[in-house]
Design a protein around this ligand. Sequence first.
Ligand code: SIN
Ligand code: FE
Length: 273
Amino acid sequence: MEQENALHALEQGSVLFFPQLSFSLDKDESRFLSPTIAAKSKNVSLDCSRGILKGSSTDEAEQQLLQSMMQRFATSTVALLHNLLPHYTAGLVQGRTSFRPVEIAQRAASWRKDDTRLHVDSFPSSPVQGKRILRVFSNVNLQGKSRSWRLGEPFENIARRYLPVLPRPVWGSSQLLKLTGITKSRRSAYDHFMLQLHDRMKADMDYQSQVDQVAFDFPAGSSWMTFTDQASHAAMAGQHAFEQTFYLPVACMQNQSLSPLRVLERLANRTLV
Ligand code: SIN
Ligand code: FE
């Protein structure tokens, strides 16, 4: 029953919140809770399948420890999803693991990269061809500082609001982006529209202030997960979190019609992948 409710809530675009589910750091790992651990951007990322760590400023010995901490988080999220969402197990593909030791409120960013603005996730260099983006977060702040989010309107409202004014993809551009290495795989029409939605939302300051929204603080020591391609979210403040990305083919959902892909296809009246 708990599993069914969780699946249902997620597919509706809700955030599942686990107030008691904390990821514990080992004693000698707390030294990684410092913004200087991230070389330049906002996070350190780990590609678990290839064992490649990127974006850290530590020396080699430290890197081993940092990597094993992140690997432990990654493994724990796989177990969590396996137990909570057995329906997805066969289709889930594990993506990057991310460690975020930089205070959000002090992160300088261009408007497009500014995650303090409401958005749905879509990334220029990582097309997903309709696959869902499911992300698990843990706040590991040791000073008791919450991670503060805002949550916006349902995906269908966003799509209805912006789709009519979005430019169509340019013929041949997806091949060009792939050939020139700008994208890692082909940018489908779906990816094109999702990127446009992401950008339009962030660029629209009237929308940011006027759309229905709620603020939610995820306390230190808690975890949460959501489909970030669907749930409109903004991260306003907080420091020291982990995030694990998973990809899920829409065919593995219980109710595909709720996916951004199917919503956009219905509204645009065409296939997008
Ligand atoms: C985001 O996905 O917009 C950032 C979430 C976070 O780091 O809390
Ligand atoms: Fe995001």
